[in-house]
Design a protein around this ligand. Sequence first.
Ligand code: ADP
Ligand code: MG
Length: 244
Amino acid sequence: MTNNAVITLNGITKSFGSTQVLKAISLDVKPGEVLVLIGASGSGKSTVLRIMSGLEIADGGEVWVNEVPLHDAKRAKEIRGHVGMVFQQFNLFPHKTALGNVTLALIKARKMSVSEANRRGMEALERVGLADRAGHYPSQLSGGQQQRVAIARALAVEPKIMFFDEATSALDPELVGEVTEVMRGLAREGMTMVVVTHEMGFARKTADRVVFMDKGVIAEQGSPEQIFVNPQNPRTQQFLSRVL
Ligand code: ADP
Ligand code: MG
């Protein structure tokens, strides 16, 4: 690679059956950049994230993440331990405490000792402001707290990149702020982040760059100012007039 990007997509295509959902997507993400993907449901945002995190293999084009060629199915697994993913569904184990959820992968996949995993796990819970809830079970936590535990679980592996796919969409409106505040904190610390969200306030305040996707293509991208104040593409204008 010739640029200093941590993520490079070059002409990425992806179809499911006869439907082409990504049509030659090209995109770079720089170290420490917060990239926010917006667009209507079905425009291909989650597929882009899944390809960037090695969960899905592109049909054509190149994907480089941390210098791993993810277009090569044999090598896609190499990225797993280096990126963190946070989804709409928290997927916490109900019979494990917050700390138990955060340390599980460290102990099982990383073969870390329990004491070392607990130390790392507590650090991660501290970063999301939940050190005092370490012994609580998911059912004893609010939705916002559960999602923060899920963020701590992703952070515990010390990822180079964090991916968020509608991380606040399942939350009651009054719980969204505590999760976006944690995300904002990570951004301030210099974490490289790719965020799919419907929270336009978050995009405006936190994104370095906003990418608007429409039917499998990048229809427009720019600074939050450019996209929200002065969008050029009629489709961007139409999308924003519906969501803002
Ligand atoms: P978004 O996240 O923007 O809503 P997605 O990337 O989830 O969009 O989906 C883009 C399109 O691809 C949609 O039409 C969706 O139905 C389709 N799609 C996504 N994943 C699959 C899959 N595993 N199998 C079949 N179709 C899929
Ligand atoms: Mg999606």
